[in-house]
Design a protein around this ligand. Structure first.
Ligand code: GDP
Length: 317
């Protein structure tokens, strides 16, 4: 069994590659839930949504989030009615949030609601929210404390960051099957997701990091940093706020205690040689996923680096 730990946008592209080269039913995706929010009274789980949409073939390629062919009529109405619209929610997307919220009001957990939605959408991989406990990424800035969505979507990550923490993490427990899947996996892949706000919340759920240290699985991570910058988004700024270098060495530091191999971009070959001298195995390849062929290549190289095979792509090159 192959387990992928992931956030939303970088992670969704990577998962898209992985699902083309391994049987989908062999895949378990453990997803960050610390970005979840209540919006217009609905339970929204942005990273779980992106993974759900990519695995069901519904993800918008242009935006990298939400549903393709989306319309925004409901949002226009909400705006007219004086409601906040800074967090974008399309009409098709809204249907999924209505369904999830209904299921959760009926007493289902996020894990159960996610499984039911996956089944209805014909997804054969298993999507596991990291936790059913309430965990919330908080970003401390000079204008005060912000939720991750306020920091990222509403304010375009323009505020200097003093600190990032995960409210509720100490009391949280891992979602059902999360630890079992990590312990029984043969291969674990960390997607090129934000190390501070997508992967760190998963690692911080009590028991997860210890499971990664103890599992017999080979663990490979893909760097979301190329050179001295993130491919997109605030990962660099957030790594700096933690005192980490914005480089593949900084990414390696985040996962050092359990990582077997780090996959980095060809552009980082010199830095990779240096990092290898510290004892970590480093694999170089093209890691920018513009087209489906890029995603498939990255998935194949990462699986091979972790000692796992892949099969011919299921289509789309
Ligand atoms: P979020 O929850 O939407 O922030 O999604 P993720 O954490 O999964 O994705 C954000 C991270 O993905 C950023 O740190 C980017 O640098 C990284 N990323 C996005 N696209 C790519 C890509 O094509 N290649 C690599 N290597 N990293 C990427």
């Amino acid at each position: 069994m192959i387990v992928v730990l992931t956030g939303g946008t970088g992670g969704a592209k990577f998962v898209d590659g992985v699902r083309q080269v391994v049987p989908e039913e062999d895949l378990t995706i453990i997803v960050n839930t610390a970005d979840d929010l209540e919006w217009w009274g609905l339970y929204v789980s942005p990273d779980v949504d992106s993974i759900t949409y990519v695995l069901s073939g519904l993800l918008s390629e242009e935006r990298g989030w939400g549903v393709k062919g989306e319309t925004f009529f409901c949002q226009q109405t909400m705006k007219k009615l004086g409601q906040p619209v800074w967090f974008n929610m399309g009409d098709r997307d809204l249907g999924l949030h209505l369904c999830r919220t209904k299921l959760m009001h009926e007493g289902k957990t996020l894990t159960e609601a996610t499984a039911e939605i996956s089944e209805q959408l014909g997804i054969r991989a298993r999507i596991l929210p990291m936790s059913n406990s309430h965990i919330e990424t908080r970003v401390d800035t000079p204008i005060g404390e912000l939720s991750f969505q306020e920091y990222f979507v509403q304010r375009w990550y323009q505020d200097p960051v003093n600190a990032v923490y995960f409210a509720g993490i100490e009391q949280a427990s891992p979602g059902p099957a999360v630890i079992d899947c990590i312990m029984s996996a043969t291969t674990i892949l960390l997607a090129p997701s934000n190390p501070i706000t997508s992967i760190a919340p998963i690692l911080s759920v009590p028991g997860v990091r210890a499971a990664l240290r103890n599992t017999n699985a080979t663990i490979a991570a893909v760097s979301p940093i190329i050179g001295n910058a993130a491919v997109s988004g605030p990962a660099g700024i957030l790594m700096e706020s933690k005192g980490l270098p914005v480089s593949i060495a900084g990414v390696a530091t985040c996962y050092r205690d359990f990582l077997d191999v780090l996959v980095v971009d060809d552009a980082d070959r010199a830095a990779a040689d240096e990092l290898q001298q510290s004892g970590l195995r480093v694999e170089c390849t093209a890691t920018v996923m513009k087209r489906i062929a890029d995603r498939i290549n990255l998935a194949r190289v990462t699986l091979a680096a972790a000692g796992a095979g892949s099969q011919p792509a299921s289509g789309g090159i």
